[in-house]
Design a protein around this ligand. Sequence first.
Ligand SMILES: [Zn+2]
Length: 372
Amino acid sequence: MSNLSQHLRIHAGFPGGNIIVEEYFADAVKVRQDLSMCSSWWFWWYFEAENLSDQPFTVRFVFTEGAPFGTAGPCANINNTHWHWLGRECVENNTFEFKFTPEIKSCRFAFAIPYLVPDLDSFLRDHPDITRSVLTKSSESRPVDLLHIPSKNGQFAVFLSTRHHASESIANFVLEGLLDCRCQNQGILQDCVDFFAVPFMDVDGAENGDQGKNRTPHDFNQDYGKFIYRSTAAYCELIRRNHARFLLSLDLHCPSHNQSTIFWVESPIRGDLDLLRSALYETQHGQLRYDGKNDISFGIEGNNDSDNNSCARYIQSELKQKNAFTLEIPYAEAHGIRINENRARLFGHDLCHAIEHFASVYNKTSTNIPHN
Ligand SMILES: [Zn+2]
C-alpha cells in the first residue's frame, strides 16, 4: 500500500456508484468499471474520492479495463457543487490525472453527468403540473415512475422513454427539457396532446450503477416480446390502452462513448420520421444541433434485424404504431459543443417544438390518426 491510500478514500457506496478499486501505488490508484452485469465491454463508472490530506497532491487514476473516457474526458463534481467536464487534457491513454488541494474535501468523478431518481424528484417539485404514478414495480421492488401531463381534450398521446440502458443519463436531461416545454405550451400540445413518460425503464440498473447496455441475459431494449422485465411489458400495456390516440413514441438513448452527434436510428418501417426530423432540423434553437447527416439507416452499423426486440421496433411491428422512433444524444459533445444539463434540456425544448409541429400536421390532415 502506498501513502496515497492514507489520505485518499475512493468508493462507490452511493446510488449510481460504480467502481472497483484494485490497488494504490505511488501517486496512482488502479481502478476499473464494474462490468459484471453485462456481456461486453462498456464504459460507465462513477466514484467518490474523499480527501483527508492537508497538503496539495496529484493523483493518477489508472483504469485497467480499457480507456473508458468520452470526447470531453471525465467529469467531476467538487465538494458536491456542480458537474463540469475535465476535458481530454487530463487524459492519457487509459488514465487521467487530478490535482487535489486541501479545499477539495471530496470529489465525485464519473464517465458523464449522472442523473438519478433524486434528480427527477427535484425536477418534479418544480413542475407540479406533471402527475407521477407507478407504472409497475422493478425486480428489486423500486417504483418504475410514470409521468403524465394531460391535455384539455386528450385527442393525442405521446410516449417518451429513457434509461432502457441504465448508464444513459444525458437522455434524462433532454427528457426534462421536453416535459418542461410541454408544461409551458399554450398551443396544440396543451389543447390536444397528452404526454406520458417513463424516465427510468431500468431503474434498478440506474440506481445500482450498472452499465445496462448488453445486460445479461439481455438488456431492457432487447426485451420487447420476451418481457423478462416488468417495465417493458407495462409500457406496452400503457401504449395498447391508448392505441386509438397514439401520436408517436420516442425512445431516447445515448450512443457509444466516443460518438459526438445527435442521430436517429432508423427502422425498416419509416413511419413519419421524416416529418419529425425535418421539423426538428428547421425549428431547433439550442446550442446542441441535430444536423440530419448522421442518422443510421436500417441495415448498417449493427442496425439490423437483431434489434427486432427493441422498444421502437416492437411498438412498430407488434403494436402496429408506425411512429415509434429512437433518438441518440451523445454523452459529452455534439459537433464539438460540450453537453451540460441546460444545453441538453434546451435540446429537449427543441424536440418538443418538433413534436408540436408533428401534432399540428396530424391535426390538420386527419380526424382519425392513421396507423400502419
Ligand atoms: Zn441505449
